[in-house]
Design a binder for this molecule. Structure first.
Ligand code: SF4
Ligand code: SF4
Ligand code: SF4
Length: 312
């Protein structure tokens, strides 16, 4: 199994990528395809990431996002856990899992890049009542600002708390999130982050091949990784999958069930609209349903686990 420069599974072929994503289709959550193996995604090997933030910078440039107040060269920002927002589709965080050992923990942090996970069965798509978010056949979940009515149900529904809203934009606020560089894949280009990563910590390819690569790495380097490919099963599977040397719950990942939440959100939506419930009722109901996966709860879990130093 070979990778070419940069971060692309060679046997997938860039031309093939362009051909496959050149005529994308859209699917609503209720009619999502069952087989996701041919969709595209990325494998992030967090053991290779050095926290250089080049992926953040490349994403910012490609998508013409606002320049951050603090330069991408500044590494002290990594000392605080960050979330994606309306100006950044991706962030890199630094974690100090306690089980590394008290003498070495400060010299062996774990860096993790976060962005939209492009879920197989996306809650955001399911929650959007006007079809402004769609799951494309290439695996990406993309947003159409022309359809969006600004209800922000997608923000409540997302189990990873990804979509951000341009609150400061008075006239045409948008929901902002990673696109998997969908519009560039169609031209045969890689996601900007995968293209730029100097460590090839981000590998783009077909989902089935990424899973194969992840399993091959785990077998090839016994003891290097925890026995868990994050995103293989979480919320029904995601297009971004991760390998790590530490339990995922200690490095910023929420502990999530393998079933996709959309079915639940859809049921509530349909129920509420059937009885003409006000949109605010839907918002409150969705908030209640999705609360189990909120990062607030997740943070508590992380703190609890870090204080006990337990392994996943
Ligand atoms: S560019 Fe690669 S090595 Fe640098 S922070 Fe991003 S994922 Fe990590
Ligand atoms: S991570 Fe959130 S925003 Fe991204 S596809 Fe999944 S539900 Fe939608
Ligand atoms: S896939 Fe594209 S939009 Fe998503 S984080 Fe990478 S560069 Fe940004």
């Amino acid at each position: 199994m070979k990778l070419n420069r940069r971060g692309f599974l060679k046997f997938s072929g860039v031309a093939t990528t362009a051909a496959l994503v050149g005529t994308p289709g859209k699917t609503q959550a209720s009619e999502l395809q069952k087989d996701h193996s041919k969709e595209f995604g990325c494998l992030v090997d967090t053991t290779l990431c050095v926290g250089c933030r080049k992926c953040e910078e490349a994403c910012n440039e490609r998508h013409h996002l606002p320049q951050p107040k603090i330069s991408f060269e500044e590494m002290t920002v990594l000392e605080n856990e960050r979330r994606m927002d309306e100006t950044s589709y991706t962030v890199v965080n630094k974690y100090y899992p306690e089980n590394i050992g008290s003498l070495t923990w400060r010299t062996h942090p774990v860096f993790v890049k976060f962005q939209c996970m492009h879920c197989n069965d996306p809650s955001c798509v399911s929650a959007c009542i006007v079809g402004a978010l769609t799951k494309e056949l290439d695996g990406s979940v993309i947003y159409d600002k022309e359809k969006c009515i600004g209800c922000r149900y997608c923000m409540v529904a997302c189990p990873f708390q990804v979509p951000a809203y341009e609150y400061a934009e008075p006239l045409t606020p948008r929901v902002m999130k990673c696109t998997l560089c969908h519009e560039y894949l169609k031209q045969g280009e890689l996601p900007a982050c995968a293209q730029v990563c100097p460590r090839e910590a981000i590998v783009f390819g077909k989902k089935a091949e990424l899973l194969e690569l992840a399993r091959w790495k785990m077998k090839r380097y016994p003891g290097k990784y925890v026995d868990h490919i994050y995103g293989e099963h979480e919320v029904g599977g995601t297009s971004w999958i991760y390998l790590a040397s530490e339990p995922f719950k200690t490095i910023g990942f929420p502990v999530l069930d393998s079933s996709a939440p959309p079915r639940l959100t859809e049921a509530i939506q349909h129920g509420l609209f059937q009885y003409f419930a006000a949109p605010i009722g839907l918002f409150v109901a969705l908030g209640g349903v999705m609360k189990f996966s909120s990062f607030l709860q997740h943070d508590k879990t992380v703190r609890k686990n870090q204080s006990s130093g337990g392994k996943q």
